[in-house]
Design a protein around this ligand. Sequence first.
Ligand SMILES: Nc1ncnc2c1ncn2[C@@H]1O[C@H](COP(=O)(O)OP(=O)(O)O)[C@@H](O)[C@H]1O
Ligand SMILES: NC(=O)OP(=O)(O)O
Length: 312
Amino acid sequence: MTRVVVALGGNALGNNLSEQMIAVKTTAKSIVDLIEAGYEVILSHGNGPQAGMIQLAMDELTAKDPGKYPHVPLSVCVAMSQTYIGYDLQNALREELLSRGIEKPIATVATQVIVDQDDPAFQKPTKPIGRFMSQAEAEALAKEKNIQVIEDAGRGYRQVVASPKPQEIVEVATIKTLVDAGQTVIACGGGGIPVIKEAGNHLKGAAAVIDKDYCSALLADIVDADLLVILTAVEKVAIHFGTPDQKELSDVTVAEMRQYVKEGHFAPGSMLPKVEAGIQFAASKPGRRTLITLLEKAKDGLAGNTGTVVHH
Ligand SMILES: Nc1ncnc2c1ncn2[C@@H]1O[C@H](COP(=O)(O)OP(=O)(O)O)[C@@H](O)[C@H]1O
Ligand SMILES: NC(=O)OP(=O)(O)O
């Protein structure tokens, strides 16, 4: 059986509560198509809009009455987003599976991911979270809440937080056991809950949001997946993106993709992490491949009919 780790992007979940409830239904159809076609699927997902929304809500409460509502750390907001998204995905998948007569247990694993406390990312926030704002609104919020904001890949302004690289998945044994038992597992949501190893086996939450594409590459490695599938809002990765010379890529070697990265074809806040994660996984063992495509094209892409495939 082909084992695939599927990383779900923003369009699989929407930007707010009501959008997510609708989006997960379409997402579940695409994922169950893969399960029905015989793939062994392990899911991961992003959480930028959700983690930002939860943090903002918590901060509003703290601002009202810090005695009654103490500050909620970002790591806890990530944990909340993981479970909230897992809950919606689990339900949508369950319903879609049952509607096709498939009985298959689904489990969301609250996943902690170890990061290095000396990761330079802590000094230079790069991960956009929360909702999109106008420049004026973002600058006012930055001043009011003492946060950093950036322009996010031509789509508006967002809060930006540290995004250290994932080093190790804490719940690896649990994930492997569930996967090997034939369960559909949702793990490493939002890149995982960032934690730092401290003395005495203590794991301390870190103020960060890990990139889900990098974490998905790590997850795909530890479960020994054959394929990493990154589902996003474009059917293919392109070079000269957004220019008259735009050229979509179908079949690319690791060496070719590394060269395109060097030439600066991929936007840092959006396509670059996907491409880098794709290279990392495809380069890690002979035979491993990464597919980057549209959520709706997942099955077509796996059949070799579309998407961008990175291979050795
Ligand atoms: N070279 C490129 N090729 C294709 N898409 C690109 C490229 N550079 C930037 N993008 C943008 O990246 C977006 C995907 O990133 P993003 O929306 O952040 O991911 P996610 O699906 O994980 O939420 C695409 O919708 C596209 O607009
Ligand atoms: N954690 C993460 O990478 O989230 P997004 O995909 O929503 O940016």
